[in-house]
Write a protein that binds this ligand. Structure first.
Ligand SMILES: C[S@@+](CC[C@H](N)C(=O)[O-])C[C@H]1O[C@@H](n2cnc3c(N)ncnc32)[C@H](O)[C@@H]1O
Length: 290
């Protein structure tokens, strides 16, 4: 990782350099990059302080420097700290043009495959707290109960993965408040949300049972053997440097069936050697050519 100058480092107001220093921020930054490839720019020094201060306190070590020593020696604590530093913002039907494309273009092919008893595999990579994958499942299964029942008994598998444990806990619970559920189209909501009577609700059991939520660091090995028909990896690569993005996109291309789709975030682009294997077919939507 290139080290930017630390002249932008803003010491946390009122915190002694003895407790948290520019050197500590640099060490955390290095460690987070090594584990997760997330690049923390210098203006995140305050965020690092506020997210890690509770962990430093719990450890009883008193200073960031001592806590960083623990992080280097203790993989479980390191994982906890890296999880605490992830950005998990997400929403139901976020970037809804992807779901329009999936409904109009991808879904009909997938339905034909399922009807022909072929397998269909979908992956939300960097799923955060589940809103993305549940939006995808609702779009695939649709508002018709009978059709959905047929699809649910076919060879359909949906994976949702994230590095951060706390978002996976929330995703598995699948309980959302009224604001979170507001973007869900009413016809899909009627079938796929168990209302709590206060505007919020829980995702219906058939979808919860369909999705396998897994802890997975995209920088590590991927245990999945079978290829995917579509991969959603949106607003994850923005935190990576260019080489990491290029390598990751190449791995996604390997993991897609020919003709499979890769959906990425609105500010992201496919680049690097894999660009030759993925054609742009819509706004931030790519189709694997070979
Ligand atoms: C901003 S959220 C995006 C959620 C969702 N895809 C969306 O667009 O709404 C980014 C997610 O990527 C996850 N993430 C970051 N680095 C990761 C890595 N190396 N491996 C797996 N997940 C990672 C974070 O934990 C976070 O939940």
């Amino acid at each position: 990782m290139k080290h930017e100058a630390f002249d932008q480092f803003v010491p946390f107001p009122g915190i002694s350099e003895h407790i948290y220093s520019a050197r500590d921020f640099a060490a955390v930054r290095e460690l987070v990059y090594e584990v997760s490839a997330n690049v923390l720019p210098p203006n995140k020094s305050t965020l690092v302080y506020s997210r890690l201060a509770p962990l430093v306190r719990n450890s009883g070590l008193g200073t960031f420097s001592a806590y960083i020593g623990k992080l280097k020696a203790d993989p479980a604590e390191r994982h906890k700290a890296v999880c605490a530093l992830t950005t998990n913002h997400t929403a139901f039907f976020r970037e809804d043009h992807h779901f329009d494309h999936f409904l109009e273009t991808t879904r009909p092919d997938l339905l034909r495959k399922l009807a022909a008893k072929q397998s269909v595999r979908l992956w939300s990579a960097g799923s955060s707290s589940g809103e993305e994958v549940f939006s995808l499942c609702m779009t695939l299964l649709g508002p018709d109960k009978l059709e959905a029942r047929r699809l649910l008994t076919s060879d359909l598998a949906v994976l949702a993965s994230d590095l951060a444990d706390h978002v996976l806990v929330k995703a598995r619970k699948a309980v959302y408040d009224a604001d979170a559920l507001a973007p869900v189209p009413p016809n899909l909501r009627a079938l796929w949300v168990k209302e709590d009577g206060k505007g919020g609700g829980t995702i219906a059991d058939p979808i919860r049972e369909l999705v396998r939520f897994r802890s997975l660091n995209l920088m590590g090995p991927w245990p999945m053997k079978k290829p995917f028909d579509a991969i959603f990896c949106r607003n994850v690569m923005i935190y990576f440097d260019q080489q990491t993005k290029d390598d990751l996109v190449a791995r996604f291309a390997d993991q897609l069936i020919p003709g499979g789709y890769l959906y990425i975030g609105h500010s992201e682009r496919v680049s690097g050697p894999a660009a030759a294997r993925l054609e742009l077919v819509g706004k931030t939507i790519y189709r694997k050519i070979r």
